[in-house]
Design a protein around this ligand. Structure first.
Ligand SMILES: C[S@@+](CC[C@H](N)C(=O)[O-])C[C@H]1O[C@@H](n2cnc3c(N)ncnc32)[C@H](O)[C@@H]1O
Length: 249
């Protein structure tokens, strides 16, 4: 961590919200810590191509970040959840810029807690899912991509709770790093009566400082499958999963 801080000039200003976490660094001064990423772009493409048939009353973006995905949901009521108050401020700014502020309801908290008993027609999420034991993304907020040793720290509780926030005709679109393992994701979804299909995928270049913090077990297991190395360049293969109640497609 020390070498990352030196290289990027990160400032240790935020407190880690996770149990027993050490203080988290902040991104470089002057950067946009909520700038949409390659994962975000792929999710936007999926919403444009496959999101059109979903009912249009309400939509949730879980881990709303900049608000770019929320702005693309195209529904009447827009709900955004994030654990980071600064992310919600960024989303509020974007909603105002694109004329959607009146339709947006932004909630602070972790995963399902701020929307405990609510259901949505469409849910999108691009949750942190990088396999690292410390914040690894030098260009974004410290909450951006930190997914724990196997990358599933937030994915698993998100998937476990998803069913209770969908109606029979609802749909969810999520980013899912292939190294997370489809088998585990499908098994978790099956337990609550949901099913997933991959609708898009792309290889996204890893920042070298981020690649350096990829958990070695994941790199070893996923080499050539979810992690692609070409000389000094390393890519992560990201899928977009469309998730629905089983049999509703
Ligand atoms: C990879 S970024 C995606 C942001 C945005 N949706 C996008 O696609 O550009 C993940 C977002 O999830 C938020 N986040 C991290 N942990 C969270 C949690 N436990 N509950 C809700 N949001 C969380 C982060 O603050 C960050 O804004």
């Amino acid at each position: 961590m020390a070498s990352l801080r030196r290289t990027c000039g990160w400032r240790p200003t935020l407190t880690n919200p996770l149990p027993d976490g050490e203080p988290l660094p902040s991104p470089p001064v002057g950067s946009d810590p909520f700038r949409p990423s390659g994962h975000t772009g792929l999710l936007l493409s999926a919403l444009r191509r496959f999101g059109g048939t979903a009912p249009k009353r309400s939509g949730l973006d879980m881990g709303v970040g900049s608000g770019a995905v929320l702005g693309m949901l195209g529904v009447e009521r827009l709900y955004g959840v994030d654990i980071d108050p600064e992310a919600l401020a960024a989303t509020a700014d974007l909603m105002a810029q694109i004329g959607l502020a009146d339709r947006a309801d932004l909630r602070l908290g972790s995963l399902w807690e701020p929307v405990l008993h609510e259901r949505f027609d469409i849910i999108a999420s691009n949750l942190p899912q990088f396999a690292a034991t410390e914040p690894a993304d030098p260009e974004h907020s410290p909450y951006w991509s930190f997914g724990g040793a196997d990358g599933r720290r937030f994915m698993d509780p998100f998937l476990a709770g998803l069913h209770d926030h969908l109606n029979e005709t609802s749909v969810a679109f999520i980013t899912h790093n292939r190294f997370l393992g489809m088998e585990r994701t499908e098994a978790l979804l099956r337990e609550t009566g949901l099913e997933a299909r991959e609708v898009l995928s792309a290889a996204v270049l890893l920042h070298p400082l981020k690649a350096a913090l990829l958990h070695p077990d994941v790199r070893a297991q996923a080499q050539g499958v979810g992690i692609i190395r070409l000389g000094p360049y390393e890519f992560v293969d990201v899928q977009i999963l469309e998730i629905r109640p089983r049999g509703s497609a």
